[in-house]
Design a protein around this ligand. Sequence first.
Ligand code: ZN
Length: 366
Amino acid sequence: MSEPRTTTGLYFDGRSARAHAVRLRLGERLEIAGETARLDWSLLDLRAAETAPPLARIGHAEHPGSVEFEDAAFAEALAARCPDLRRTRGGTGLPRLVLWSVAAGVSVLLTAIYGVPAAANLLAPLVPPSLEARLGQAVDTQIVGLLGDPPLCEAPEARAVLDRLVGRLAETMALSPPPQVSVRRHATANALALPGTRVIILSDIITKAESADEFAGILAHEFGHVAARDPVRSVIRAGGTSFLLSLVLGDLTGSTVLVAVGQAAIAAGYSREAERAADRAAVAGVDRAGGDGRALAAILERITEKHDETPGGLTGFLRSHPYTAERAAAIRATPGDKTDAPPLLSEADWRTLRGICGSKDGKTPG
Ligand SMILES: [Zn+2]
């Protein structure tokens, strides 16, 4: 047996985005030791994620954690000693893997020729739903972590009203199945569309909504992004193409790229065209569902006036959905598409929905 090798790296526990500085020692086993982490992994269980050298990322077959380091000699020694290092986690089939490796290669080329946004546009429609669902799950976990693990709001009666509203809007906006909408208690007025047809609503936007139609407008605006697959595009843009490849290879937890992707999902805005398209889809969707789609303009203006952004904050609605006065004007100028459908929500239902975080008025305590 050759001499043990050591190097330094970062350990991610797979649950939080935090990086822990560690020393790695490769002997009979891989020892990971730092102030906050101490692990000892069998070489048979190590799995490598696809990364761009010199960065190497090593996970464990049955453990969510992973380590990253940039020592090429250490990586080589590891590869020589670990028989299953390149075996993928989770049984991704080989043909698909090859297909996606090709796609990732092509995407690197596209990126070089057209730049990242164009490559993201070309790639987004090719992402298979199962992969997008996994991506959505990972980004959701990441964002919830970045927001400080705000609790889910699930008061049962309010949840039932929300589910009805979601179902109705999904129907009028031709989204099937309906997006998965979660509400989290948070003192920022924001709503986020994620890959895998997920939407996160932060409770303060419910507090700031003065009518069911205003809230429905926000929800439908997010559905508009979902329908246009804007979140996938934005994630590809933020993560780059190597990120896609690591996604295919099955190792996402603890990836530093995922942190960037999570931040981008919260803070990076969509393009003005994407915003306008989501607004148009929202107005039409809310109208057809029996509400007043133009109420969206009122809540957008209210949020702008109050400068709800905390300085340097990541989470405001207007950061993720760049606002211009022109947007409100365009929303108001959209011709009515009102049907004789019953009102979107009764006053009583709207009051119930506002209590989804457990308090009657929907305010976020503290
Ligand atoms: Zn938007």
